[in-house]
Design a protein around this ligand. Structure first.
Ligand code: AMP
Length: 187
């Protein structure tokens, strides 16, 4: 199973990715988490991306694609994978197509979460209090929404046209949303 999980910040992508990854025995690959690890480990890449992330902007495509390409060619992705937070731009979606063509595999499904904006903001502020993510402050949250709407949301149409987009109602508890995903994936 090769899938993408898409949706605005705070839609529950990370939480649901972890559950799906366990259910299907496939690695969950989050570009945001990979970048956060680089920042925490103070790598060269971490130094490049930390200020960009703090502002809620996107890391340049070339940097992100190179990191993802490297990750997708690791052997644990052979049974499949779940990408969380990639692609976020048209250029990244094109790059993903090329990487998958090189690996001779296809995407099976793109999950997209629909959650109302007020719920999203409340969830993110709550997460900020619990996890202390430095990009979960109000100004950055606003910017991440703008970036999502301008750069990432248009990708949904691309996957809808390919017939692989599955829209999920992301409102409700973690378990309710997870049950909806499993039901949708059975079809
Ligand atoms: P996330 O954990 O997915 O919310 O990502 C946190 C931050 O990492 C984003 O606000 C971006 O600064 C950066 N980031 C994560 N994934 C990407 C991506 N695919 N392209 C560019 N920047 C990304």
């Amino acid at each position: 199973m090769r899938m993408l999980i898409m949706g605005p910040p705070g839609a529950g992508k990370g939480t649901q990715s972890k559950k799906i990854s366990q259910d299907f025995g496939i690695p969950e690959i989050s570009t945001g988490a990979l970048f956060r690890t680089h920042v925490a480990n103070q790598t060269e890449l971490g130094a490049i991306v930390s200020a960009i992330m703090e502002k809620g902007e996107l890391v340049p495509d070339a940097v992100t694609v190179a990191m993802l390409d490297d990750r997708l060619t690791q052997p644990d992705t052979a049974p499949g994978f779940l990408l969380d937070g990639f692609p976020r731009t048209v250029a990244q979606a094109d790059a993903l197509d090329q990487i998958l063509a090189t690996l001779d595999v296809d995407l099976d499904v793109v999950l997209s979460f629909n959650v109302d904006q007020e719920t999203l903001i409340q969830r993110m502020l709550k997460r900020a209090a619990i996890e202390g993510r430095s990009d979960d402050n109000e100004e950055t949250i606003r910017r991440r929404f703008e970036v999502y709407t301008a750069q990432t949301e248009p990708l949904l149409a691309l996957y809808r046209d390919r017939g692989i987009l599955v829209e999920i109602d992301g409102m409700g508890t973690v378990d309710e949303v997870h049950a909806r995903i499993m039901e949708a994936l059975k079809k």
